[in-house]
Design a binder for this molecule. Structure first.
Ligand SMILES: [Zn+2]
Ligand SMILES: [Zn+2]
Length: 382
């Protein structure tokens, strides 16, 4: 037996390949044809938009931020909503989705273990990983022991195909009967909705690891990209997400476009969501500043004109800021430890607690001011 020098490609997953190809071709042909010949009604578009957003948010708020990362708790009513529209989004059961996604975070960029490693190229990370039986994509449920206990998710996993097919045909047909336009509804709210919903979600694995900035970490390929955030209900702030995956927000600033975070936070007062996890502001600022120093150091190393007083001056200022940064981190850790210690001993008075918290806030504000100074320094280094 002679060894084959070129490793054979893993076998094709025909069901997936056909499903993606047929739905894509159908959307590309049927939508313009039917639109020009018969036209779509306002109801077709409205139901299309509703299903599209419901599918998208069930994946981002449900599959992703609730089940894969456990960034908050959700009421049963909301979990059933996520389950219905997440199943309809046709991205596999929550067990398979979340297990793969947890591997993605744990082994991000590892070509052998990240199921959709962006280092294997755009096509692979976008859709290719679902078309063949790659070893990296083999489901391993040992990383979802918490989800395995959820009977609702277990039910979805066991009846996934029947539920997915039923919802994808059933809901658009139902809407078609109600609004007296069966074909228009099937084409828009059925086919176009599915294809659109698929590819924008897939962009998070492909484009969000290739196109954008890395303000928080350069340890992986994840990028922050406001344009992607618009089409992905906020998931475009992917660099933040990869470093602070336990946070229910991806766009951590109040003004960053993240409808998923607004939905989760908006449902809290009515009791549908609880225990929302937020990254301490200090950690966010610390990550941003650490990256600024990293870049400033790189830039200074590139500026090769020894003895140039202007550059030496900038170098000294960066070094000085860096010292202040380290001191602030040490301060924060000390005050935080003190606060935790007193809380543990339960001797803390309310006024003492607020005094310590005040100190922590002050250190955080100092870091924000420092980050602005570093921005000015960066502009001078450019
Ligand atoms: Zn990612
Ligand atoms: Zn994630």
């Amino acid at each position: 037996m002679s060894a084959n020098p070129i490793p054979a490609k893993p076998p094709l997953i025909w069901a997936n390949a056909l499903m993606f190809a047929v739905t894509f071709a159908a959307a590309a042909v049927l939508v313009p044809w039917y639109g020009l010949k018969y036209g779509f009604t306002g109801a077709d578009w409205a139901v299309f938009a509703f299903f599209l957003i419901a599918n998208g948010m069930a994946i981002t708020a449900g599959y992703h931020r609730l089940w894969a990362h456990r960034t908050y708790d959700a009421h049963l009513v909301l979990r059933i909503f996520y389950l219905i529209f997440g199943t309809m989004a046709l991205q596999n059961s929550a067990f398979i989705w979340c297990s793969g996604h947890r591997s993605h975070h744990l082994y991000v960029d590892d070509v052998d273990r990240d199921p959709y490693s962006a280092r294997r190229g755009f096509w692979f990370s976008h859709i290719g990983w679902m078309l063949r039986e790659y070893p990296s994509g083999k489901p391993d449920f040992t990383n979802i022991p918490d989800l395995k206990k959820d009977r609702l998710l277990d039910f979805q996993h066991r009846h996934y195909v029947a539920l997915a097919v039923g919802l994808n045909f059933g809901l658009p047909i139902l809407a078609g009967v109600i609004f007296h336009d069966l074909w228009g509804m099937l084409i828009l709210a059925g086919v176009l909705r599915l294809v659109w919903s698929h590819h924008v979600t897939f962009f998070i694995n492909s484009l969000a690891h290739m196109w954008g900035t890395r303000p928080y970490t350069e340890d992986n390929t994840a990028r922050d990209n406001p344009a992607l955030a618009v089409v992905t209900y906020g998931e475009g702030y992917h660099n933040f997400h990869h470093i602070f995956a336990h946070d229910y927000r991806n766009g951590v600033r109040w003004w960053q476009w993240d409808p998923t975070k607004w939905l989760i936070a908006g449902l809290e007062p009515v009791g549908l969501t609880r225990r929302l996890k937020r990254t301490p502001w200090f950690q966010v600022e610390r990550a941003l500043l650490a990256m600024q120093f990293k870049r400033a150091e790189r830039r200074l190393a590139d500026l090769t004109s020894p003895g140039h007083s202007h550059i030496e001056q900038l170098r000294a200022r960066v070094a000085h800021e860096y010292e202040a940064f380290l001191a602030a981190i040490a301060d924060w850790a000390r005050v935080k430890e003190q606060w935790l210690e007193e809380k543990r001993r339960a001797v803390i008075e309310h006024w003492q607690q607020s005094e310590l918290q005040g100190k922590l806030r002050e250190i955080e504000r100092a870091l924000s001011r420092q980050r602005r100074r570093m921005r000015v320094l960066h502009a001078q280094l450019a």
